[in-house]
Write a protein that binds this ligand. Structure first.
Ligand code: GEK
Length: 247
């Protein structure tokens, strides 16, 4: 049975220091689906999009994979000669994913999975047909985001695609206020108290820095991606696809 997120329910926890530790990893599926509007829809589309972009004998990267939700959905649908690198720098997430992976049926075919406990800034990308950054880029310092995206692009096959899902910031204050309030309503409707919402917000403030959709698109274009398609948005959460030209 899924463990319920009560991480910020008491005010004993030292806020301002959000970490992907064991306490968070234990409740993570519950936490993310109650906090990120559209998370479930995005995951099911990742499964579908992987089938479209992944080519035989290529690599797929799931960067900041947490408990491997995207990896585990993609794996059975991809060719056996493909490899998914499921990458996260949290020991708690990676060890839970290792346990999970040994318990899923590996006889059903699909891609091989290699789990790496490492920082995505240190990954050497190669032969990539599909790269997933599902709510992960936002945790890197803004100044370091371009370098990671650039290296993804360089390691990507022609016709390959990068999927980036992020919390967004809005340049117009009215839009920012509306969408923030709608997101807060979503969290309240999912049972989070005002104290939990406030404490998590404080804890994440320094670590999750959202950018505007325009900033994302501009950077991806500057790197060289030929087509950038924002394909999903719910309140202040969005997902986009950046495709590398075939030629
Ligand atoms: C999902 N994609 O369920 N290198 C590697 N991993 C990192 C880094 C880094 N530098 N920084 C953060 N992480 C998942 C959800 S959660 C999103 C992604 C959220 C990892 C971090 O350890 C955590 O597991 C993940 O990125 C972010 O589809 O919690 O809002």
């Amino acid at each position: 049975m899924e463990s319920v997120d009560r991480v910020f329910q008491t005010d004993h926890r030292r806020v301002g220091d959000f970490q992907f530790d064991d306490e968070v990893a234990r409740v993570f599926p519950n936490m993310i689906s109650r906090s990120v509007p559209g998370y479930g829809s995005i995951l099911s589309m990742i499964e579908q999009l992987a089938e479209r972009f992944v080519v035989t004998n290529s690599h797929v990267y799931d960067l900041g994979c947490s408990l491997g939700a995207a990896t585990l959905l993609m794996r059975p649908r991809l060719p056996g000669d493909c490899k998914i690198y499921a990458i996260d720098n949290s020991t708690a997430m990676v060890s839970r994913l290792r346990e999970k992976l040994t318990s899923v049926d590996s006889n059903g075919g699909g891609a091989r999975v290699e789990i790496l406990e490492t920082d995505m800034r240190d990954v050497q990308f190669s032969n990539a047909s599909f790269v997933v950054l599902n709510f992960t880029l936002q945790f890197l310092p803004v100044a370091q985001r371009r370098d990671v995206l650039q290296r993804v692009y360089q390691g990507m096959l022609p016709g390959g695609a990068l999927l980036v899902s992020e919390k967004l910031r809005f340049a117009q204050p009215e839009q920012q206020d509306w969408l923030t309030n709608l997101h807060l309503d979503f969290k309240r409707a999912n049972g989070y108290s005002e104290m939990e919402i406030a404490q998590k917000r404080t804890a994440l403030e320094q670590q999750l820095v959202p950018e505007t959709m325009g900033e994302h698109i501009e950077r991806l274009e500057a790197i060289g991606f030929s087509t950038i398609v924002p394909w999903f948005q719910c309140f202040n959460f969005a997902s986009m696809l950046a495709v590398k030209s075939e030629t």
